[in-house]
Design a protein around this ligand. Structure first.
Ligand code: NZQ
Ligand code: ZN
Length: 385
């Protein structure tokens, strides 16, 4: 393990009917901007509940943050924030609204071209404080400092994170808010959380047995509860477990002291940019290819994964690794995910474009050991046709 400082300042307000507690978390004289997405919160009543809690506060609204939040939309919110002298943001939605809100929080106080925060990774030194009401468990954005922002004009999807500034002050995790999720977003949530864990766990042996067991506990729980969550929208007991898993999967805890991977995500982001495929759906396509092509590099951890997650103890190393990868893909499929490029009618042209885009963004040696080169990306995606 490497040296680390772990400081996660986000207060988690977890459980049913806890939304009212946010009134104690927001300064009484705050000038609030409520941010939301395409309107699901108005249909399912969450908007109404939030507005009731904010009754005694000053607030304005900014809706229309799209899935894979767009820079141009967010810059409109930045203008509004500056004009209205907003000093608190409240995100109500999934990862896209929250990531967008993180960017608005940072860009509004940024002295310079805000796109540089993403493209040139310029550091943010102050943000408008923000809190979150989460309606879609998946990304972990509710308890991490990262955000992923897209810009369709340039065909880019880039991330930034400036801890401690870009952590939410608080996040409300009420399982009731997941009741109206579309079936596809339930599948996405489980897969996103699962792959977040593997991006941190399936690397190389770093002698971090506690981190490993935290990660294994999250994966086991997602496997046990995933299908129930997908099929039983009214089951709040299951929804609570998935919510907590997806938060724990990417709040920094299981990565403490570790070198992590994230190559599956980098490739997935390009598939979203090119074909507007949902974030987690891209991971379900890329993941099996990544594991097969990088299996020698990841061998020790893949064998541990095979044994501890899938109880695979028989066969030689290659056989056990292959069984573990196949079982994982079968798990994704059992949830309802598609795992092939051909499922989206994509062909080799897409592979060329993904590689070009990765090169353009400077991602030519990615993964935990920087061994995922353009040639490897081609092999990974060709195996996913
Ligand atoms: O736009 P609204 O009306 O809110 O509808 C959304 C959207 O259409 C809908 N939805 C959300 N909660 C709902 C609901 N519909 C009915 N009932 C509810 N309770 O679901 C759709 C998808 O929402 P979105 O926020 O886009 O999904 P998700 O939470 O999966 O976020 C995806 C974004 O997060 C980024 C992804 O790249 C993508 O841009 N990620 C962020 C990360 C982070 N900040 O740490 C890490 C992740 O790996 C990921 O990259
Ligand atoms: Zn993800």
């Amino acid at each position: 393990m490497r040296n680390f400082i772990y400081h996660n300042p986000t207060k988690i307000i977890f459980g049913e009917n806890v939304l009212h507690k946010i009134s104690a978390e927001i300064p009484a004289n705050a000038r609030i901007m409520l941010t939301y997405g395409g309107g699901s919160i108005k249909k399912n009543g969450i908007y109404h509940q939030v507005v009731s809690v904010l009754e005694d506060f000053f607030f304005i609204e900014f809706g229309g943050i799209e899935p894979n939040p767009q820079y141009s939309t967010l810059m409109k919110a930045v203008d509004l924030c500056r004009k209205e002298k907003i000093d608190f943001l409240l995100s109500v939605g999934g990862g896209s609204v929250l990531d967008g809100t993180k960017f608005i929080a940072a860009a509004s106080l940024f002295d310079g071209e805000p796109w540089d925060i993403l493209e040139n990774q310029l550091k943010v030194t102050s943000v408008i404080p923000f809190g979150a009401v989460l309606t879609l468990p998946a990304t972990g954005s509710e308890m991490n400092a990262f955000a992923v922002i897209s810009r369709k004009e340039t065909g880019q999807k880039l991330d930034f994170g400036t801890p401690p500034f870009t952590y939410p002050r608080f996040s409300v995790l009420d399982p009731n808010f997941t009741r109206t999720l579309p079936h596809s977003q339930r599948i996405n949530g489980v897969i996103d959380a699962f792959v977040h864990v593997t991006e941190q766990y399936l690397t190389f042996q770093q002698n971090a047995p506690l981190n490993d067991r935290f990660a294994e506990a999250i994966m086991k729980t997602l496997i046990e509860e995933g299908l129930n969550y997908v099929n039983e929208p009214e089951n709040m007991s299951v929804a609570k477990n998935i919510m907590w898993c997806s938060t724990m999967a990417l709040n920094g805890l299981i990565a403490t002291g570790l070198i992590t991977d994230w190559a599956t995500h980098k490739i997935g982001h390009e598939l979203t940019v090119l074909h507007n495929i949902d974030h987690a759906s891209t991971l379900a396509i890329v993941w099996p290819g990544m594991m097969r092509v990088m299996s020698q590099i990841k061998k020790e951890k893949l064998l541990q994964y095979a044994e501890r997650i899938w109880d695979i103890n028989n066969g030689d190393d290659e056989e056990r690794i292959e069984k573990a990868i196949s079982k994982t893909e079968a798990f994704f499929i059992s949830l309802g995910a598609k795992t092939r490029l051909s499922d989206y009618k994509l062909n080799k042209t897409t592979i060329v474009q993904v590689v070009e885009n990765l090169k353009r963004n400077g991602f030519v040696a990615i993964g935990e050991q920087k061994l995922v080169t353009p040639e490897k990306v081609i092999a990974i995606l060709e195996s996913r046709m």
